[in-house]
Design a protein around this ligand. Structure first.
Ligand SMILES: [Zn+2]
Length: 375
């Protein structure tokens, strides 16, 4: 991963690069950004830059032996800790360890903007509890105590430390308190409030902002060969998450529009019979479509709120969608949007954690109906 592979974020990149140039590399850094942000990719690009043999002013070279090994994630001084199932953790002691690492590498290479749910799906552990366990803690201590083979900096990347159990957290704390020379810990989190304060206080926080609309648009055009107009639309709906924007790309937008519009109408009318039959249809959709309908709903609600507050025309082409936004904005008072958004966000959360889609749908419908119909 080069810095140039990551759209935008020029300020953060400069801060990271200057730290290396000025020899001010903090031994523990916490890359904090939401799901689908550049937190992981920035940490990967930084690991490459730290050890590059011919770095330029703005990036690693991508062609020295260190860059090549780090890019393929096979550098002997580049170590990873990430959430696993109990089965995967116990495999670490056996020959099957290689299987988990192979899956992990393909996850990082193919889907570096993915989240824990994507990782679980790829590694065949969807719906199972993920953890950074006591054994991972032991692995951390062992890794840190070994001498670096060849790198300038030994790097230990901990993805989603919020999954650490207390025993793993204590191991981390131990190595953070006694930092060995030329060892760098890069922690990549979506939720640093879940980390214990003693860990946070020993790390340098790198706050990774959401992607800008134009950054996502540019990425979709250049790397995914999506035409510019569609890329802009996806970027506008993605709420700063490259993950959401790319997931959107993989299914028909039209479906989400239509399902969402009908759904809101039925909630408004408390049309129980239709909501009930729709919950079965929702259950039959694939998971990506279920989730993206909710994400679409969140984007539309934001737009309705903006329209309602400013009185400006919705930022959509003429058509059913625009009419829907105008009508909704005219009929739903501004103070209800926050509640509606949090209901959809919660439904999305439950789907990601493998809640039963039919029950989630019905439950969400009742809550939305309650808010829409309340005075
Ligand atoms: Zn290099």
């Amino acid at each position: 991963m080069r810095f140039s592979d990551i759209p935008g974020h020029s300020e953060t990149k400069t801060v990271l690069i200057n730290a290396v140039k000025n020899n001010h590399v903090a031994h523990a850094q916490l890359f904090f950004g939401k799901e689908g942000s550049a937190n992981l990719t920035l940490a990967l690009a930084y690991a490459a830059y730290l050890n590059c043999e011919n770095p330029t002013e703005t990036d690693s070279c991508g062609s020295c032996p260190s860059c090549i090994k780090i890019d393929k994630l096979v550098h002997p001084d580049f170590h990873f800790v990430f959430p696993k199932t109990a089965k995967q953790a116990s495999d670490d002691e056996s020959a099957a360890k290689g299987d988990t690492m192979t899956l992990w590498r393909s996850f990082l290479l193919e889907n570096p903007y993915g989240n824990a749910v994507d990782w679980a799906e790829l590694s065949g552990s969807a719906g199972k509890q993920l953890n950074i366990s006591k054994d991972d803690g032991k692995h951390i201590i062992k890794t840190v105590s070994m001498k670096a083979f060849e790198a300038k900096y030994k790097v230990l990347l901990i993805w989603l430390p919020e999954f650490m159990n207390i025993s793993a957290a204590n191991s981390i704390l131990k190595v953070l308190e006694e930092p060995p020379e030329k060892t760098v810990y890069l922690m990549v989190t979506n939720d640093y409030e879940k980390l214990i304060t003693t860990i946070i206080s020993r790390t340098q926080l790198i706050r990774v902002p959401d992607f800008q609309v134009e950054d996502i648009q540019q990425y979709l055009v250049e790397k995914q060969q999506i035409d510019s107009e569609k890329a802009e639309k996806l970027a506008l709906m993605s709420d700063g998450s490259l993950r959401v924007a790319m997931n959107w790309e993989h299914h028909s937008e039209e479906d989400s529009h239509q399902i969402f519009r009908e759904w809101m109408r039925e909630c408004w009318g408390l049309d129980i019979l239709n909501l009930h039959s729709k919950s079965y249809k929702f259950n039959e959709l694939n998971k990506a479509t279920q989730k993206s309908m909710l994400v679409y709903g969140l984007a539309i609600l934001r737009e309705c709120l903006a329209t309602s507050m400013t009185g400006n025309e919705p930022n959509r082409p003429d058509g059913e969608e625009k009419t829907f936004v105008e009508n909704f904005a005219n009929n739903v008072p501004t103070e209800k949007y926050e509640k509606l958004s949090s209901i959809l966000t919660e439904a999305h959360f439950h789907l990601e954690r493998n809640g039963n889609p039919r029950i989630v749908f019905m439950d969400t419908s009742m809550q939305i109906s309650g808010v829409l119909r309340s005075r």
